[in-house]
Design a protein around this ligand. Sequence first.
Ligand code: ATP
Ligand code: MG
Length: 228
Amino acid sequence: MLAVHGLRKAFGERVLFDVPELHIGRGQAVVLTGINGAGKSTLMRMLAGLEPAPGAQVTLDGTAMPLTPYPAALRARIAYVHQHPYLFRTSVRANIAYGLKASGLKAHDVAARVDAALAWAGIEGICETPPHRLSGGEIQRVALARAWALDPDLLLLDEPTSNLDGAAREQVIALVGDLVTKGKSLLMICHDRDLIALPGITRWKLSEGRLTVRAPQAKAEAEPAGRA
Ligand SMILES: Nc1ncnc2c1ncn2[C@@H]1O[C@H](COP(=O)(O)OP(=O)(O)OP(=O)(O)O)[C@@H](O)[C@H]1O
Ligand SMILES: [Mg+2]
């Protein structure tokens, strides 16, 4: 679905990464790992159009174009979820509806899509809570619902479970697992072992400026024995 050539970031003499090419296929789920400061978030932000990527070329469904300035075709098809998502201080509903309205959808269709997103993320019960009163796990689920509602071709998630534990972490893992099962194209940065171990995930590692790719494990292999 998406190929990027010549993704490179340097600060003066220091080359953070130099990635000659990367590919994300339709329905492919990729987890990007690497030590702190390896450049994972920077790379993802380039793919999201939030960081300039001079010289990089993107090929989308066979059509090549520069990645900077960010092509409208990509903006319409990629949704990015920040590690610490920002919610407008309006309402949970309005946060999820925002991008849908901006895309020109009719009010009736926006409402139906917001309802579907609330149900998907299991957050109907908090849709009247002011966003600034939500817990970290709830904010993460609202942000995932907001991205899901847009039905993007590719989802970019930067550490969706960092700072979460217990039930909040498990709820987010379940949502990401659902995206993977449903065949959503996904690139996710994470250190969470349970997310990395999801069946069918391709692993990328960013190390010393290079990206290495490991093919997914077969489903049976990836699931630890004894687990239902
Ligand atoms: N303007 C700048 N000048 C020099 N170095 C910078 C600049 N901006 C960012 N960096 C460095 O780029 C590196 C990459 O940061 P990035 O956030 O992409 O890493 P990361 O792999 O996502 O790390 P983490 O796992 O901690 O989130 C960091 O070492 C950071 O200090
Ligand atoms: Mg990061």
